[in-house]
Design a protein around this ligand. Structure first.
Ligand code: NDP
Length: 501
């Protein structure tokens, strides 16, 4: 028997989704909102309603936080040995793998991106993340430290790592399942209990992830999911019994979270916007560089925090690189993500389409030259599709050079002098990532050292792995996800002094 196609899986999912509204997952139970309210989640490829989803409010957040606190305080969880926590995380990864085809299509329906990419990035990426963090509970501990007390007392000093407590996790719509996994996996590995608030546009895979965690054997209340709008996120941030917030999303909401969290000084980590420079030196492999710049901006319809949205190509190779990118843009197939040959799906929402389109108008009005794209593809009259777009003749002060567009829009600028290039690349409120293409090892290391960015890729772009830290300088965020740094985000250090004299 052949495996069902994405279209066949989608038909069956649409039927089951339409049958009943999706409800919160609180204390291990599927529950309605206390208000009884629901909202629609839309298929961005068609504009059709997929299903209705419980609209959480402050009372629902309070129920979820109370459930998380109870579960966190329960000795069954607090005293669970590290190896058993590892086994639960591995089991969850196995269950995601078991349901991989369905999860990939569910994400495609809710977010729009092609199912072959949701499979690769969201599903395989989440499995890798859970397996990576499953290794940490048995390795994450404190240390003994050589303190020097006055008077010669014999002191044993050691540190321990304790789970921070109840963590509120607020994630965006651009990589819904991966962003949830990036936060849930280290939080559970560290021994926390979580309340996850997915984006209103893409709540469906977060609910499935919560259900799979229950099936894996996590105790009820350890992993809660409350769906809803920004007011539910804000209630989570303001809640006095939440110890930590981890957020990925826009810089303005990140700032609002910092202000709101002051009520109980909960710990905050933020992964925010970007306007990443992608730099091409004249000595680079120009074909490889152009291909990487194109995929660095157009992948996921440009809705990527690390999107390389500013191209700086050396003046001597600028025309060649830009024409290779515009040729690549014209060849990309924009279409329904259920079709296996679609390279780009739709943008996530009408709101995002309007925002991206308004930046094309802004770029034109500012005097930049639109080389390709800038509108809805003619063959797609419904859904939120947008053509891959390239602007040239831009200047450093234009809004299309400075502001995060979060769509498939590249602004190309030539450079001549390395110091001036670095100054231009760093002339941004953001500092999330940067790419460098050169075959000169000195150029590569000089530029990597000078760029103010949390991640620098040399002769590659957008490589991400749970083993290596990810996060931003400047207004791109606080803290680092992935690696040991993520375990630190979800734990407190305790220093213990024992007088042995
Ligand atoms: P937001 O930053 O508004 O949303 C991200 C998450 O935060 C969502 O779950 C959202 O809920 C929630 N939220 C919204 N307001 C609050 C609040 N006051 N307190 C707590 N949580 C809140 O992003 P948008 O969806 O509005 O996208 C707008 C722009 O943000 C994009 O165009 C892009 O520039 C940037 N962005 C950046 C991302 C990144 O990865 N760096 C990811 C997504 C967006 P709800 O969905 O219900 O509003």
């Amino acid at each position: 028997m052949t495996a069902p196609s994405a279209v066949e899986i989608a038909e069956s999912l649409k039927t089951s989704l339409a049958a009943a509204p999706q409800r919160h997952l609180i204390d291990g139970k599927s529950v309605e909102s206390s208000s009884g309210q629901t909202f629609e989640t839309i298929n961005p490829a068609t504009g059709e309603v997929l299903t209705r989803v419980a609209r959480g409010n402050a009372a629902d957040i309070d129920r979820a936080v109370k459930a998380a606190r109870r579960a966190f305080s329960n000795p069954a969880w607090r005293q669970m040995n590290a190896n058993d926590r590892t086994k639960l995380l591995l089991r969850l990864a196995d269950l995601i793998e078991r349901d991989a085809d369905e999860l990939a299509v569910l994400e495609c329906l809710d977010n729009g991106k092609p199912a072959h990419l949701t499979r690769l990035v969201e599903v395989e990426g989440s499995i890798k993340t859970f397996r990576y963090f499953a290794g940490w509970p048995t390795k994450f501990g404190g240390e003994t430290l050589p303190v020097s007390p006055r008077g010669g007392a014999q002191i044993l000093n050691y540190t321990t790592r304790e789970p921070i407590g109840v963590a509120g996790l607020i994630v965006p719509w651009n990589y819904p399942m991966s962003m949830a996994a990036w936060k849930v996996a280290p939080a559970l590995a560290a021994g926390c209990a979580v309340v996850l608030k997915p984006a209103e546009q893409t709540p469906l895979t977060a609910l499935r992830l919560g259900q799979l965690a229950l099936e894996a054997g996590f105790p009820p209340g350890i992993f809660n999911v409350v769906t809803g709008f920004g007011d539910a996120g804000a209630a989570l941030v303001e809640h006095h019994d939440v110890d930590k917030i981890a957020f990925t999303g826009s810089t303005p909401v990140g700032k609002a979270i910092v202000r709101a969290s002051a009520s109980n000084l909960k710990k905050i980590s933020l992964e925010l916007g970007g306007k990443s420079p992608h730099i091409v030196f004249p000595d680079a492999d120009l074909d490889a560089a152009a291909a990487a710049v194109a995929s660095g901006i157009f992948f996921n319809q440009g809705q990527t925090c690390t999107a390389g949205s500013r191209l700086y190509a050396h003046a001597s190779c600028f025309d060649r690189v830009v024409s290779a990118i515009t040729a690549a843009a014209s060849k990309l197939k924009v279409g329904n993500g259920l079709l296996p040959d679609s390279d780009l799906g739709p943008l996530v929402s009408q709101e995002q389409w309007d925002r991206v389109s308004s930046y094309v108008d802004i770029g034109r009005a500012e005097g930049a030259s639109l080389l390709v794209g800038g509108k809805r593809p003619e063959h797609l009259q419904r859904g939120f599709f947008f053509e891959p777009t390239v602007f040239a003749n831009a200047t450093r002060d234009m809004r299309i050079t400075r502001e995060e567009i979060f769509g498939p829009v590249l602004t190309a600028l030539p450079w001549n002098d390395l110091d001036d290039l670095v100054a231009q690349a760093n002339d941004s409120e953001y500092g999330l990532s940067a790419g460098i293409w050169t075959n000169n090892i000195k150029h590569a290391h000089r530029a990597a050292a000078a760029l103010k960015a949390g991640t620098v890729w040399v002769n590659c772009y957008n490589l991400i792995d749970p083993a290596t830290p990810f996060g931003g300088f400047k207004q791109s965020g606080w803290g680092r996800e992935h690696g040991r740094q993520a375990m630190e985000l979800y734990s407190e250090v305790k220093s213990v002094w024992v007088n042995l004299s």
